[in-house]
Write a protein of this length. Structure first.
Length: 178
């Protein structure tokens, strides 16, 4: 009679344990997928902002377009920092070393233009619009009650900080001085 009772209890306990295990796995995967979706939204917002603001006609319009696109693309994620800059990059940044073809000589490093430059030289430089977004991605399930037990774990008990940086070549650099 004991053997029959053990089989019956296994028959009852196994589905209960399986249900609890599947619920834990499902919700952890759901939370992870929501974090990845938030990270993807931040990267896409920075990429779209760089691409769209590169088509702007002036420095002021570059910043305005980038802010609009980032705010629209990120959605409810809190933005910690948004940095928009225009970089002056030499067209030919390196030349092959005549003595050793496996090496190259850097001609000049790029510099960031703080505002409208009096001289825009499109024969020597390409102008890149660079957008850098730093934002916080909040987990789907707020487990801040476990903070005293586990501490600060980004993505589990605290927001996950994400930084995305994209750049795009300015399409009308001759108009940037205006």
């Amino acid at each position: 009679m004991k053997n029959r009772n053990a089989k019956g209890s296994q028959l009852i306990e196994f589905p209960i344990a399986l249900f609890v295990l599947l619920i834990l796995v499902f919700f952890s995967l759901l939370d992870l997928s929501s974090l990845l979706l938030g990270v993807n939204n931040i990267h896409n917002a920075a990429r779209i902002a760089a691409s769209d603001s590169a088509r702007a006609g002036s420095f002021a319009e570059i910043k305005q377009r980038a802010e609009e696109k980032v705010n629209a693309g990120v959605g409810a994620q809190p933005i910690d920092e948004l940095m928009v800059s225009v970089m002056e990059v030499p067209i030919q940044s390196s030349i092959p070393d005549p003595e050793d073809e496996s090496k190259s000589i850097n001609l000049e490093s790029s510099q960031i233009l703080p505002g409208p430059s009096p001289i825009i030289d499109t024969s020597l430089y390409q102008y890149q619009v660079q957008v850098r977004v730093t934002a916080s991605v909040l987990p789907l399930a707020n487990l801040s009650a476990l903070r005293s037990l586990f501490g600060e774990i980004p993505g589990l008990t605290a927001p996950l900080k994400v930084a995305a940086k994209y750049s795009s070549i300015a399409e009308h650099p001759q108009d940037l001085a205006i």
